[in-house]
Write a protein that binds this ligand. Structure first.
Ligand code: ADP
Length: 487
């Protein structure tokens, strides 16, 4: 059993903007179920404080002249202790964890997450009298990137693991910010935190962590290439021996069509015919023609370039000319939101676009749809295709990252050996997307074939059990690497 400090800037159900929250809200539970002694460290955003109960103060102090206290509570529906970095000046404000309500990054993000990292370092170095010192500090994404860099100089320190959930978000700030944060001048170096004259938080993890991993094996390979490396492929090649990929799991207590409280009708592999009741309920809710037989394509996504919105928009006219309905839920770049809304105003009987963030609706769309659209340009793991598979909703996905690791194309051969569970596009173009949708509709018209594809999808094992075991192996490797470095 190891003591693990799991550091994340979001965790479901307390605060969520994307896949990181789902992972941080479920991997610690899976590790705790495997008898690991794990604590989750999270900023005390107002949304978090509103939801938690039995809060107790563990320590208090000041970082960068800002008052900070460390609070203890529990992750809802689990025994996992959550430690909250309560720094009102940094985190107690309306808006999102990273952006204000106008979608602009908070002007003081560097300071906010430097405070967060410094608290993690003090816990790691047993400076807060908590009577609990971790063996491993596991950081996630740029918001916890400074931790391995700040821990590295200590001779006696916990081992560090850093997980890349998305290399495109790096936490870049100007040199003045580096000076303001009073980081050691030795770190201002290309082998440290400097990235083309900017301060890079993520480099703290990539350069200094004992072990680095990403959230799928294919993405771990891809980021070694300039095309997917966001300027960091050289560094990652240099650290390749310490880099691996572990596929995310999904939380079956949250994403399970047999028990999902948000659905009009629950179903499993033995009651699959019930699934279409969800479709007709959704059609009714969104004033689409009610027809259980028409193929319904769903999409739930941050509306950013990564998610393939350009080719979706280019292919829209062709897709809407096909006998199908499309329901899209998401928010993000205003320009994508507006163009999608325009299409939906022109085709109200075919396309419904809902701008916003809506957890229950995301479950309803997963259950109602026959197909799920995910033509990402890159995808570190992707969780929505995993939820889709579990809900018998076949993904239309690009062969990149975690999508390539989880979606098996319905080719003749894969159907014959019953491994097929979706539709894979091998190039990123509107033409490829249209052709793949057409191919999917052809098989949709063959109910027996479709049913087999759904059963294969629903029977796939994407639970956390295996992945959590891989994380335990990774922790052991990190401990060994730390000891080797210290020698
Ligand atoms: P990413 O982390 O890149 O956004 P993932 O597929 O890994 O993509 O995870 C996205 C998570 O966020 C999923 O749980 C998805 O259902 C959820 N999500 C994204 N957009 C919305 C939205 N508008 N409403 C509800 N949930 C959303």
């Amino acid at each position: 059993m190891s003591k693990i400090l799991y550091v994340s800037s979001e965790a479901f159900p307390l605060i969520k903007t994307g896949g990181l929250a789902d992972v941080a809200g479920s991997l610690p539970i899976a590790l705790s179920n495997l008898s690991e002694d794990i604590r989750l460290l999270l900023p005390a955003y107002p949304q978090v404080l509103q939801q938690v109960e039995n809060v107790k103060q563990l320590a208090s102090g000041a970082y960068y002249n800002l008052k900070v206290s460390l609070l203890e509570t529990q992750l809802p529906n689990s025994k996992v202790p959550v430690w909250l970095v309560h720094c009102p000046a940094a985190f107690d404000r309306p808006g999102g964890p990273y952006m204000d309500s106008n979608g602009q990054p908070w002007h003081d993000n560097a300071l906010r997450f430097a405070v967060f990292c410094k608290v993690a370092v003090d816990i790691a170095m047993n400076k807060l009298n908590l009577r609990w010192q971790p063996d491993i500090v596991h950081g996630n994404d740029w918001q916890s990137g400074l931790i391995p860099a700040l821990l590295h100089p200590f001779k006696q320190r916990p081992a560090t693991v850093f997980t890349i959930h998305n290399l495109a978000y790096q936490g870049l700030f100007d040199h003045q910010t580096f000076l303001d944060l009073e980081l050691s001048s030795e770190l201002w170096h290309p082998d440290g935190l400097e990235f083309y004259d900017q301060l890079s938080f993520i480099k703290g993890g990539l350069v200094f962590a004992d072990r680095i991993n990403t959230v799928s094996p294919t993405y771990a390979d891809e980021i070694l290439q300039p095309e997917f490396g966001n300027g960091l492929s050289g560094l990652l090649q240099h650290r390749q021996a310490r880099l691996s990929g572990i596929l995310n799991g999904i939380d079956h207590s949250v994403w399970n069509p047999a028990t999902d409280p948000h659905l009009a009708a629950c179903y499993d592999t033995t009651t699959l015919q019930q699934k279409s009741l969800n479709k007709t309920a959704l059609q009714k809710q969104f004033h689409l023609p009610i027809d259980a037989k028409i193929p319904l394509i769903g999409m739930i996504s941050r509306m950013v370039e990564q998610k393939g919105l350009d080719i979706i928009l280019q292919a829209m006219a062709e897709m809407l000319a096909m006998p199908l309905q499309l329901v899209i839920l998401g928010s993000g770049d205003i320009h994508y939101e507006m163009r999608l809304m325009e299409w939906s105003r022109k085709h109200p009987d075919r396309l419904k676009v809902i701008i916003g963030y809506n957890e229950p609706l995301s479950h309803q769309i997963e259950a109602s749809s026959d197909l799920f659209l995910m033509p990402s340009t890159f995808e570190p793991c992707g969780l929505n295709q995993l939820y889709s598979l579990r809900y018998g909703t076949l993904p239309i996905a690009r062969n990149v990252g975690g999508l390539a690791d989880t979606v098996v194309d319905a080719s003749k051969q894969n159907r014959a050996n019953t491994t097929a569970n979706g539709f894979v596009m091998t190039s990123q173009s509107a033409t490829a997307l249209q052709a793949t949708v057409k191919r999917a509709l052809t098989l949709y018209a063959q109910p027996d074939v479709w049913r087999q594809l759904q059963l294969t999808a629903m029977n796939g094992d994407f639970s956390w059990t295996h992945s959590a075991e891989h994380y335990i192996e990774l922790y052991l490797q990190a401990l060994a690497d730390r000891d080797q470095t210290a020698d």
